[in-house]
Design a protein around this ligand. Structure first.
Ligand code: MOS
Length: 722
């Protein structure tokens, strides 16, 4: 067994000393040409010749029990092979990392749209037709579908520091505001899909999944088999955003069906099924209270929220996660209430917690600034704490103040003027700001690096959900081994390879990147040994190894190959220090005075997110996050039918993610130079979710500044703005 490296103390900044210049460079993704030419094989592609097709049947009640299927009605349709009504299908989608998925015993239905059966046929069209025609009988119960229903709500214990009530009562200026956010979805471009293929008792599943090491356990658990019998392949993923963290019904159903009929089975979800049966982000109601002295020192902070989930689910949206450490106060208090209701289960969607929590929290900060008659940037700058106000932990690298100052200067914040003062024809113009914060994590991750003379191969079951994993792992290995990027191959997305963190929670680059780094570092030690020099003196560049006064081509030093594997995991520094990305978002909007339509005119995000591994893919992540912020602020809302909890907005025409026309050409991202010495051995921080955290609040604060009025129900649809 390879020993686990635990991050227990600050590590040398080796990637700054190697000076190859590969790490950080805005390199193209190596898999890009394959993707744009259709040669990258996604989950639903490369169908085995004898494959059958499955279509999921979804419940049309919100609560109750399935009492029967009218199998006879579809049995004789030409091409129909079988109907799978296995109870194992009634599991909710796994949430990722738990190793299991909640089971709904006894044919129970917990929400409208829940997968309850699979029709298998020779063609997708026949399977879909038969699934539509299949009669299902139910014993329907009474469903609670509204999270406002008091009897469905359960409150947790408040998390506190100091005495919030006493501090709040004693403040000169207070804000007490309640906000709502509608439910959202991940809306990944590639729908969930799986191809299951059994070889005897062993299953190979091609899927679109974010965390393969965990997904293998979840799938084995769902099927009741040993994880060693399961291999998952997921080399390319058309977007995940949390929706593919855990194993889903498409994979479980395909595996059960393939076993039963003795042929490979493919299940591809329709877009409507993705909306119905894939975890959504909960709607929220959030009460935020701030108390401050007249000169703008915050003394009391409280953020209480109401979220929902389905029965049997343990996940809750950590709404106040960033509220707990962004600003300091004497009294802080955070309480969460969860309503157990019959809606599609909720789970992680990009930046679970911050993405919606900061919409409310950062708008409330602006409301406090208005009440104090203070500049919102100044108010934030005055209240940045020295240590975590709840836990007392030290921060690792803390760039919030620099981001706010740099952003204000670059955005032209000084020109902002009074609320409601700037009018251009039909449009009112405003500027808004928000802080950004998102915790950065290290999750156990393994990688193997092979040096074969003048080229190297990186192998891990890590995934690339479109974020640039292939590029950054190649850059780290190339940097460490002194090889050009064209000489490093990265192989991902196969559970037969060393188990990585997977892509989730913005920890993928930190974790898989560190494992790759440590494996390459071990190879460097072997090379130094062969060269007869101290590893600290070794310099590798362009395929040449230098150490002391010796210089030799790398290829001559390697007899066959040098193989090293490394495992990294969080250690003491994750307890002693809080690693978080920080940033500041700025937005300028135009609001139509008559229709309430909001157009974002320009945005700037200044971010301090540790070492940047690839300037291009990091920028794309930050921009993508900011665009999500526009959607959260203005358009994205899952609407439920109040009678059944049925999702009404079940496609991308009715669920409005920002399209090109909604996104301004003037979107800028600035990265501040930063190293996080406490988070992981490569001094990075998580990137994927910081861009969305706070971005929508900057847009919403800009609307308030443009119109002089506050919208507190998000998204700020035109009828809510007017
Ligand atoms: Mo992320 S919501 O953990 O993919």
């Amino acid at each position: 067994m390879t020993e686990i490296f635990r991050m227990n103390e600050a590590q040398p900044r080796l990637l700054d000393e190697t000076r190859q210049g590969l790490v950080g460079k805005p390199l193209d993704r190596p898999e890009g040409p394959k993707k744009v030419s259709g040669r990258a094989r996604y989950a639903a592609e490369g169908l085995p010749e004898d494959a059958a097709h499955g279509v999921l049947v979804r419940a049309t009640i919100a609560q109750g029990r399935v009492t029967g299927f009218g199998h006879d009605a579809i049995r004789d349709i030409p091409g129909v092979i079988t109907l799978i009504t296995d109870d194992r299908l009634l599991r909710n989608p796994a949430q990722g990392m738990a190793g299991a998925a909640p089971c709904q015993p006894g044919s129970q239905v917990f929400y409208h749209g829940q997968p309850i059966a699979l029709v298998v046929a020779d063609s997708p069209e026949t399977a879909r037709d038969a699934a539509h025609r299949l009669p299902v009988s139910y014993d329907a119960g009474t469903a609670i579908t509204d999270p406002a229903t008091k009897s469905a709500q359960h409150s947790g214990e408040p998390e506190t520091s100091g005495d919030f009530n006493a501090a709040f009562a004693d403040c000169d200026v207070t804000v007490d505001a309640t906000y709502t956010t509608d439910a959202q979805v991940a809306a990944a471009m590639e729908p969930h899909a799986a191809i299951a293929d059994w070889q005897g008792d062993n299953l190979t599943l091609r899927g679109s999944l974010q965390m393969l090491r965990f997904n293998r356990d979840e799938l084995a658990d769902s099927l009741g088999i040993d994880p060693a019998q399961v291999r998952i392949l997921s080399p390319y993923i058309g977007g995940g955003f949390g929706s593919k963290l855990g194993i889903g019904p498409e994979a479980v159903a395909a595996a059960i069906a393939a076993r039963e009929i003795g042929r490979p089975v493919r299940v591809v979800m329709s877009r409507q099924t993705v909306f119905d049966a894939v975890l959504r982000r909960t709607e929220t109601t959030q009460r935020v209270r701030f108390g401050a002295t007249g000169d703008g020192r915050i003394r009391a902070i409280s953020h209480d929220d109401l979220v929902s989930n389905a029965a049997g689910e343990e996940f809750f949206e950590p709404v106040s996660q960033a509220s707990q450490f962004l600003y300091g106060a004497e009294g802080l208090s955070f309480t969460q209430t969860v309503a157990t209701i019959s809606r599609t289960p909720s789970g992680s969607v990009r930046a679970p917690g911050e993405a919606v929590g900061m919409l409310a929290f950062e708008c409330a900060v602006d409301e406090l600034a208005e009440a104090l008659n203070l500049c919102p940037v100044d108010l934030r700058l005055r209240n940045i704490p020295d240590t975590h106000p709840m836990t007392g932990q030290a921060y690792s690298a803390h760039g919030l103040a620099d981001c706010l100052r740099r952003g204000a200067e670059q955005f032209g914040w000084a020109e902002r003027g009074a609320p409601g003062a700037r009018v251009e024809g039909d449009w009112r113009i405003g500027m808004g700001v928000s802080s950004a914060a998102r915790k950065s994590m290290l999750v156990q991750s393994a990688a193997r690096v092979r040096l074969l003379g003048d080229r190297a191969v990186v192998e891990t079951d890590m995934t690339d959900i479109g974020t640039g994993t292939y590029a950054i792992l190649g850059q780290i290995a190339g940097e460490m081994l002194g090889l050009p990027i064209s000489s490093v191959e990265v192989i991902l997305g196969d559970t037969d390879l060393p188990g990585a963190s997977g892509s989730g929670g913005s920890f993928g680059a930190n974790s898989a990147g560190s494992a790759t780094f440590l494996a390459a570092k071990k190879i460097r030690a072997t090379i130094a040994d062969k060269l007869g020099c101290d590893p600290a003196e070794l310099h590798l560049q362009d395929g040449i190894a230098r150490g002391g006064n010796v210089e030799r081509p790398l290829a001559d030093l390697v007899d066959g190959e040098i193989v090293q594997e490394a495992v990294v995991a969080a250690g003491d520094t994750s307890k002693s220090h809080l690693s978080s990305g920080f940033g500041a978002h700025f937005a300028e909007v135009a609001v139509n005075q008559w229709t309430g339509e909001t157009r974002v005119r320009r945005m700037l995000g200044v971010m301090a997110m540790g070492r940047i591994l690839n300037e291009k893919t990091a920028r794309s992540q930050a921009l993508g996050g900011m665009i999500w912020g526009i959607g959260a602020a203005l358009t994205e809302a899952v609407e439920h039918d109040p009678r059944t909890g049925h999702i009404v907005t079940r496609d991308l025409a009715n669920y409005h993610v920002p399209a090109h026309a909604d996104v301004p050409g003037d979107m800028k991202v600035v990265f501040l130079e930063e190293r996080d010495d406490m988070g992981n051995p490569i001094q990075t921080k998580g990137i994927g979710e910081l861009g969305i955290s706070g971005a929508g609040a900057a847009v919403l604060n800009a609307i308030a500044h443009a119109t002089g009025a506050r919208v507190r129900n998000f998204p700020a649809l035109p009828d809510r703005v007017v």
